[in-house]
Design a protein around this ligand. Structure first.
Ligand code: AHG
Ligand code: MN
Ligand code: MN
Length: 332
């Protein structure tokens, strides 16, 4: 019998690699692990019960219809993060402003967490992969009240980031700034097991992922890069394959394992694109870089951006290093 390594064992083993190894980050990651299993259970039986599918009848601050599962996943993340004392405040796609945990346990918490509780909401009702994305920072000063500045830190200051993909199997992929590891949920024992140690994204790839319905709305440089992906050239394996699921986590995950580029550019209608810097782009950018890939707005490194707004959007180009660099060369 092969010895399996569980996510719990792995996190504890890696605790000593972390500069502030006091066990708090370990416990925080365990809270996320718990929430993701609860969300996974609900996602898995979504087709069976009408009280979990469909719209919640409300909108988030970005004017997007909230699905019942968006709200459910948001609540589960909040319960799990609040229940232990490591996190003092959170922000998420589904909350207008950040939420301070002012229970006695959390008041002194050293961490803040930002998350997209359910990514790919439009795919919930059609049984297509969706995900959860999270980003963890240290609070700037434990002796000061939590403020916007705690949430508006550059992505390069993240202490950990990751995502859960609820797909043909459920996986949790994360980094604490020392490589990227992936764990697959064994539903029989309800445990995430190390299945993808030290993930490295291929330097180059043959997949491009973009919503081409927006082609006419894109700036010329992006259009030219897409034309480049479609051109015939044997020596560079073009044309590339177009693959677009419409769930960022799923598109990103495939490209991370196979090599490829994910693009959500600015459009004429939304010059900043659609994806949110703090809880979609930054965490995936850290994962991409930690796996040897790259993430940029097409013009600058995602992790260097100084955020100005909680729900700020940015154009996003992420994946294999050479592909992102090639795309950038079209935008100069
Ligand atoms: P969310 O469901 O968290 O709002 O995110 C949706 C995002 C992302 O998952 C996906 O890549 C993108 O929206 C798809 O947008 P288009 O439908 O415009 O392609
Ligand atoms: Mn999302
Ligand atoms: Mn979402």
């Amino acid at each position: 019998m092969t010895k399996i390594k569980t996510l719990g064992e792995f996190i504890i083993e890696k605790q000593s690699d972390f500069p502030f190894a006091s066990g708090e980050l370990t416990r925080l990651l365990s809270s996320i692990r718990l929430a993701s299993k609860i969300i996974n259970r609900e996602v898995n039986r979504a087709g069976l019960t009408s009280d979990i599918l469909g719209s919640a009848g409300t909108e988030n601050i970005q004017g997007e219809a909230q699905q019942k599962l968006d709200v459910y996943a948001d609540n589960q993340m909040i319960y799990a993060l609040k229940a232990r004392g490591e996190v003092c405040a959170i922000a998420s796609e589904e909350n207008d402003d950040y939420v301070i945990f002012d229970n006695d346990l959390s008041r002194k918490g050293k961490y803040i967490v930002l998350f997209d509780p359910l990514d790919g909401s439009s795919n919930i009702d059609v049984n297509v992969s969706i995900g959860t994305i999270f980003s963890i920072y240290r609070r700037l000063d434990e002796n000061k009240p939590v403020g916007p500045e705690d949430f508006l830190q550059e992505g390069k200051k993240q202490v950990a980031a990751g995502y859960v993909i609820y797909g043909s199997s459920t996986m949790l992929v994360y980094t604490t700034g020392n490589g990227v590891n992936g764990f697959t949920l064994d539903p029989g024992i309800g445990t995430f097991c190390l299945s993808h140690p030290n993930i490295r994204i291929p330097e180059d790839g043959k997949i491009y992922s973009v919503n081409e319905g927006n082609f006419g709305q894109m700036e010329e440089g992006v259009k030219n890069y897409i034309r480049y992906c479609q051109e015939d050239d044997k020596s560079t394996s073009r044309p590339y394959s177009g693959r677009y699921i419409g769930s960022l986590v799923a598109d990103f995950h495939r490209n991370l394992l196979k090599g490829g580029i994910y693009i959500y550019p600015g459009t004429m209608k939304s010059p900043e694109g659609k994806l949110r810097l703090l809880y979609e782009c930054n965490p995936l950018a850290l994962i991409a870089e930690q796996a040897g890939g790259k993430a940029s707005t097409g013009k600058e490194r995602i992790l260097d951006i100084v955020p100005t707004k909680l729900h700020q959007r940015v154009p996003f180009f992420a994946g294999s290093k050479k592909m992102v660099e090639k795309a950038e060369s079209f935008l100069k």
